[in-house]
Design a protein around this ligand. Structure first.
Ligand code: GLU
Length: 309
């Protein structure tokens, strides 16, 4: 039994990412699980720079004291496992462009995701041959609109209709939904704690886990961190990474204290340790709303002078 944290190495971890990592660690450790780490570096466009970013991300987690078990799993080294999973599934090629999918008569989900309507299932042989001569196909799984329900700590029961989602993109890169599920099963992950922007993907992923002969994990989708304007926190919001904050004199212990306070696990300015946080941790008492990151709440005058909108 394991929990995990699975960052994409696109940028340094910011306070919101670090808070999710801390929560994932607390959920895992407080329930006697192992805590695994996975680098989601499949996006080949980013992979070369991603190595350095990933190493910094791991160093930042360790600086906070978030230790993990076993080897770090790098998705870029797991192509064979994804291929084996694909071979066991009922799939078909899809030649649709992004634009064609956007223009198809399907209602987008609340998060903007457009369920696939199965256009490429209905191609004539001639049309298929024509498309195949000019376009590279993506690979989709045949899900036939099955419904799948997951249970989330905060959101409760979430039911989704599973469309024929993409397993391999048309540039040959395994899709996020496939890689996450194959890896979570292989890594013994039965507890997924991550940002709530991924909540709507979870019925699709739970369905795929079952299809691959596994048991879907339990989910806790953490409300995101926002900036003072109510927009999802990003690096451009000022001093939000460990490196930024260290330059302003805040060491990892102080950052841990800020994160703990945002979770209701510490009082203002209180110095806390991870063992103390583990003792205080109660999943049912966690805040249910997004965390608005306001440096004036935690930082010294130096940090307050940073322009943060
Ligand atoms: N790599 C994803 C991210 O950084 C997380 C995927 C997951 O936790 O399932 O947002």
């Amino acid at each position: 039994m394991s929990g995990r944290f699975a960052p994409s190495p696109t940028a340094a971890l910011h306070l919101g990412n670090l808070r999710t990592a801390l929560l994932a660690w607390l959920f895992a450790r407080s329930s006697g699980r192992r805590f695994r780490l996975r680098v989601e570096d499949l996006d080949t466009l980013r992979v070369s720079a991603g190595g350095d970013v990933a190493r910094q991300q791991l160093a930042d987690l360790l600086a906070l004291g978030l230790d993990f078990d076993g080897d770090v799993v790098w998705q870029s080294e797991r192509r064979d496992a994804y291929a084996a999973a694909i071979a066991s599934l009922d799939t078909y090629e899809c030649f649709c462009t992004r634009r064609e999918i956007a223009e198809a008569p399907s209602a987008p989900h609340a998060d903007g995701y457009r369920p696939y309507t199965g256009t490429c299932l209905r191609l004539t042989a001639a049309r298929r041959a024509e498309l195949a001569s000019t376009r590279r196909p993506a690979l989709r799984v045949r899900a036939a609109g099955e419904r799948c329900t997951v249970t989330d700590l905060w959101a409760g029961s979430v039911t989704g209709t599973v469309d024929d989602f993409v397993l391999v993109r048309n540039d040959g890169v395994p899709a996020y939904n496939l890689a996450v599920v194959v890896d979570d099963l292989a890594m013994g992950v039965d507890q997924v704690v991550r940002g709530d922007d991924l909540l709507s993907s979870s019925p699709r992923q739970a369905w795929l886990a079952t299809r691959l002969g596994g048991v879907p994990p339990t989910y806790a989708h953490v409300p995101l961190a926002l900036n003072r304007s109510g927009v999802r926190l990003a690096k451009r919001d000022g001093a939000v990474t460990l490196a930024d904050l260290a330059r302003l004199g805040m060491d990892a212990d102080r950052v841990l204290a800020v994160l703990a306070r945002s979770l209701g696990l510490a009082t203002s300015r209180e110095h806390v340790t991870l063992p103390q946080l583990l003792e205080r941790f109660d999943p049912l008492q966690l805040p249910r709303h997004p965390w608005v990151v306001d440096p004036s709440d935690y930082a010294d005058a130096d940090v307050n002078r940073m322009s943060i909108t």
